[in-house]
Design a protein around this ligand. Structure first.
Ligand code: AVI
Length: 322
């Protein structure tokens, strides 16, 4: 993984974050470490789970509203379609397919810190759409946007899949303020928010019967075992998600089921884990429509339109930079 000139060492950053997280009074591991090669594959499985409605809901929105999105994105002529953390690009390909069919002028710029995911995304996009104008940007999101050559007047930034939900509300608002600072007036942002709904539906999405999300969460410990030389025994930990409908927070934890000591070679240190203790691993924030509207105006955008799936489980919210 590389950023511009500096080589970014993910194992070094994992080491620092694990030391910080395991030394805290309430232990935690940042959720960005889910996405190693194994975690990426498990996340693909999650997206296909019957309980994990988010991906299907957003796909339905794109299928139902692609022509509306096409006219809104293209209302100023050609545009740069900028995607932050595109993953496998499956949902975006619904829009790209429609834009190409309707001979819309645009160029696709997926921005991701991981060169590997960008390269495989480009290969799969080129296979589906040989005529697609695409330029990979391997970088953090904000410097990536600044690098985009202004081929067309407008940037249309996609931040899909409820990735915004992996920030707390406070972090989301700083992230969006920083995003605004690298955009020009009239640029658009389309954000996928997961909505508050029946708490059982929400919680089941993070606690599937087949145990895929449990594997996803436990993979953090496998990763620490491999990359930092730790001796976590996975059977001493369980997957434990919670949902608070008032705050809209799904919190995922690894719960210690058997008291144990774990030695981490690269830190030359042991850590104690006590039965019942919770290690916080992820937040998946759910919103309601009024909170989304308030967030848009707080960070300096104007909410232009909301697109919902048939169940009102999910919304793609289109904002314009004032
Ligand atoms: C990537 N992100 C939006 C997912 C979510 O819903 O928070 C990650 C995930 N974690 C457990 N299941 C899915």
């Amino acid at each position: 993984m590389t950023t511009d000139n500096a080589v970014f060492d993910i194992t070094e950053s994992l080491k620092e974050d694990v030391l910080k997280g395991f030394s805290a009074s309430n232990k935690y591991i940042p959720s960005k470490y889910f996405y190693d090669q194994i975690g990426d594959k498990i996340f693909q499985e999650i997206m296909g789970l019957p309980e994990y409605y988010l991906t299907r809901a957003e796909g339905d929105i794109f299928n139902n509203f692609k022509s509306n999105l096409r006219s809104l994105f293209g209302s100023d002529g050609g545009f740069n379609l900028v995607e932050l953390g595109a993953g496998d690009g499956l949902k975006t390909s619904i829009l790209i397919d429609d834009f190409i069919e309707n001979k819309i002028e645009f160029k696709y710029y997926p921005i991701d810190i991981s060169e590997n995911s960008n390269i495989s995304l480009k290969a799969s996009m080129m296979e589906q759409f040989p005529e697609l104008k695409i330029e990979l940007i391997t970088s953090d999101y904000f410097s990536g946007i600044e690098k985009i050559k202004k081929h067309y007047a407008r940037n249309v930034v996609l931040f899909l899949g409820s990735n915004i939900g992996n920030f707390s509300v406070k972090e989301a608002s700083s992230f969006l303020k920083e995003l605004k600072s690298v955009l020009s007036p009239n640029d658009l942002v389309l954000i996928g928010f997961d909505l508050k709904k029946n708490p059982k539906v929400v919680l089941d999405a993070y606690n599937d019967k087949s145990g895929v999300t449990k594997r996803f969460n436990l993979n953090l410990l496998t990763r620490i075992n491999h990359e930092l030389g730790a001796d976590f025994k996975l059977e001493n930990f369980d997957h434990c998600p919670t949902y608070d409908h008032n705050t809209g927070e799904v919190k995922s934890f690894l719960k210690v089921v058997k008291t144990c000591q774990v030695y981490i070679t690269s830190l030359e240190q042991s850590f104690s884990f006590t039965a019942g203790e919770l290690i916080h691993t992820e937040i998946s924030q759910k919103y309601d429509v009024s909170e989304i509207k308030a967030l848009a105006s707080k960070v300096g955008f104007e909410l232009k339109d909301n697109f919902f799936d048939e169940n009102n489980y999910f919304v793609n919210s289109l904002w314009i930079n004032k």
